[in-house]
Design a protein around this ligand. Structure first.
Ligand code: ATP
Ligand code: MG
Ligand code: MG
Ligand code: MG
Length: 438
C-alpha cells in the first residue's frame, strides 16, 4: 500500500477524551473513530489489525475442532423468553421493535440462538460432541462505555458453544477450549492467565477468565508469579488426547480475580516473594453450564440406551475488538504502538527519504514490488513529508520493521533496517534487507 493513496488520518495532538494509552494511540494512529458512545468505526489501519486477530482466533478454534458458522446480530425476544433471560438480562440488552411490532434484540451473546439451531437438527448422541462458533458483533448497553474499544457497547466477539452427551464429555470440550485459548493469546503476543471466575449471567459452576496483566485493567487479580513462566502448548498439541496434565499445570498455581479471591489460601499456598496483587484486563472467558439452556429450551438427544436427555453445554468467548486495545496496552512505548508481528497491520514500513530523487524512487519501487510479490505486507511512505515526520509517524503506527531508503545510503549501496521493538538499526544492502524480510 502506498501511503499517498491510503486513508490514514493520524492525529498530531493527544485526544483529550482518551484516558488510557491504548485508546490514545488508537485515535492518534487513525485506527478508529467514535460514532456514538461506545460505538466505533474501524478505519483501514485498525480494521487490518482486527481482521488479523480474528484470523488467529479462527485458526486456533479450527485446530481445536470447532466449526465456524455465522449467526445474525438480531434475535427474537421470544427465544430469550424460553430461557428466561429476556427479563433477567436487564438494561444492558438493546431491545428493538420492527414494523410489525415484533420484539427483537441486538444479541449480547448467543446461547439461546445456538441452542435453537442445535435442537432443530441434532437428535442423537452419535452426532456429538460438536462445537460451533462465530465471530460476530455484539451489543451490550454498558452503563459506562470507556477506554475506547476496551469497553464498547458494540463490540466484536468470538463465541463458541459446545454440546456433549454428559458432564464428562463436556469437560473434555471445556479442556479443549482452555488449551485453544492458551494458544490464541500466546500467538497474539500476550501472556493471558486463566483464572477461576464467577459465571455471572451466563450461569453454571465452572468457569475461567483469561486475563492479561495491566495497571489500567478493570479487575483486581492475585497470582502466583510462577504462572507467568508456564509453557504454552505447541501447535502439535493433540486435542483428541489427554489434556488434563496441561490443565492441571495451569490451574494448580494460584490465580484468581478479586470476585473469587481467597486471601487465606493465597497466603497459605504462595510464598510471599511469589505473591503478585495487581490489575488485569479480561480478554476471554470460558464456561461450563451443564443443562441450563438445554433443559429450559428442550434441546435433548437420545443416548446409546435410546433414552432422551438434555445436552451438556459450554460457551467460550474471546473479546476480539477489546484485544486490539489490550495488545497495545501490553506493547507500546513513548513513541507509539509496537505491534507483535502476528497482528501488525503491515509487516514493513518502507520510508523514502527523498521522494522525487530518481535513485531513491527506483530503489523504493523495486523493494516495494519485490516485498509485495513475496507476500510481505508493506506500507510505503511515498509522500513528500519531511524525514522527521515520516519517522515519528512510523513509530506511532508501530509496524515491526522500518526500511529506510535515501540517496546518501544508496551511494554506498546501503539501506537502513530498524526493528521497532528493540530500536536496533542496521545498514545493509537492499538485497540483504529483502532476504531478512522475506
Ligand atoms: P466484562 O467483565 O469486561 O464486562 P464480561 O464478563 O461481561 O466482560 P463475557 O460475557 O465473558 O464478558 O464476554 C466474553 C468476552 O467479550 C469478554 O471476556 C471480553 O473480552 C469481551 N467483552 C465483554 N464485554 C465487552 C465490551 N463491552 N466491550 C468489548 N469487549 C467486551
Ligand atoms: Mg460485562
Ligand atoms: Mg467479566
Ligand atoms: Mg466474562
Amino acid at each position: 500500500m502506498r501511503l499517498s493513496r491510503y486513508f490514514l488520518p493520524t492525529l498530531k495532538e493527544n485526544p483529550a477524551e482518551a484516558q488510557i494509552v491504548s485508546h490514545r494511540l488508537m485515535l492518534r494512529s487513525g485506527m478508529i473513530r467514535q460514532e456514538a458512545a461506545g460505538i466505533y468505526a474501524w478505519l483501514p489501519l485498525g480494521f487490518r489489525v482486527l481482521q488479523n486477530i480474528e484470523q488467529i482466533v479462527r485458526e486456533e478454534m479450527d485446530r481445536a475442532g470447532a466449526i465456524e458458522l455465522l449467526m445474525p446480530t438480531l434475535q427474537l425476544a421470544d427465544l430469550w423468553r424460553e430461557s428466561g433471560r429476556y427479563d433477567a438480562y436487564g438494561p444492558e440488552m438493546l431491545r428493538i421493535k420492527d414494523r410489525h411490532e415484533r420484539e427483537l434484540l441486538y444479541g449480547p451473546t448467543n446461547e439461546e440462538m445456538i441452542t435453537e439451531i442445535f435442537r432443530s437438527y441434532v437428535k442423537s448422541y452419535r452426532n456429538l460432541p460438536v462445537n460451533l462458533y462465530h465471530t460476530q458483533w455484539k451489543f451490550r448497553d454498558e452503563q459506562r462505555p470507556r477506554f475506547g474499544v476496551m469497553r464498547g457497547r458494540e463490540f466484536l466477539m468470538k463465541d463458541a458453544y459446545s454440546f456433549d452427551l454428559d458432564e464428562a464429555g463436556a469437560r473434555l470440550s471445556y479442556n479443549r477450549m482452555f488449551v485453544a485459548y492458551l494458544r490464541i493469546f500466546a500467538r497474539l503476543g500476550l501472556k493471558a492467565i486463566p483464572m477461576r471466575a464467577e459465571t455471572g449471567p451466563i450461569g453454571g459452576d465452572l468457569s475461567h477468565e483469561f486475563i492479561i496483566l495491566a495497571e489500567t485493567g478493570e479487575s483486581g487479580v492475585f497470582i502466583d508469579k510462577n504462572v507467568l513462566d508456564l509453557p504454552v502448548p505447541g501447535e502439535d498439541v493433540d486435542y483428541d488426547g489427554d489434556l488434563t496434565p496441561i490443565i492441571k499445570q495451569w490451574t494448580d498455581l494460584y490465580a484468581a480475580t478479586e470476585d473469587v479471591h481467597d486471601a487465606e489460601r493465597f497466603a497459605r499456598e504462595v510464598p510471599e516473594e511469589r505473591r503478585v496483587a495487581t490489575r488485569g484486563i479480561e480478554v476471554g472467558q470460558i464456561f461450563y453450564f451443564g443443562t441450563k439452556y438445554s433443559q429450559a429450551m428442550k434441546a435433548v438427544v437420545s443416548g446409546p440406551d435410546g433414552v432422551e436427555r438434555p445436552v451438556h453445554g459450554g460457551s467460550y468467548g474471546v473479546g476480539v475488538s477489546r484485544l486490539v486495545g489490550g495488545i497495545i496496552e501490553a506493547s507500546h512505548d513513548d513513541n507509539g504502538i509496537i505491534w507483535p508481528e502476528g497482528v501488525a497491520p503491515f509487516k514493513v514500513g518502507l520510508v523514502n527519504l527523498k521522494v522525487g530523487d530518481a535513485e531513491a524512487d527506483a530503489a523504493c519501487n523495486e523493494l516495494y514490488e519485490k516485498l509485495t510479490k513475496a507476500g510481505v505486507s508493506v506500507l510505503y511512505d511515498d509522500t513528500d513529508e519531511r524525514a522527521g515526520a515520516k519517522f515519528s509517524n512510523m513509530d506511532l503506527i508501530g509496524l515491526p520493521w522500518q526500511l529506510v531508503v535515501g540517496p546518501r545510503g544508496l551511494k554506498s549501496g546501503v539501506v537502513e533496517l530498524k526493528n521497532r521493538a528493540t530500536g536496533e538499526r542496521i545498514e545493509l544492502s537492499p538485497e540483504a534487507a529483502l532476504n531478512k524480510l522475506t
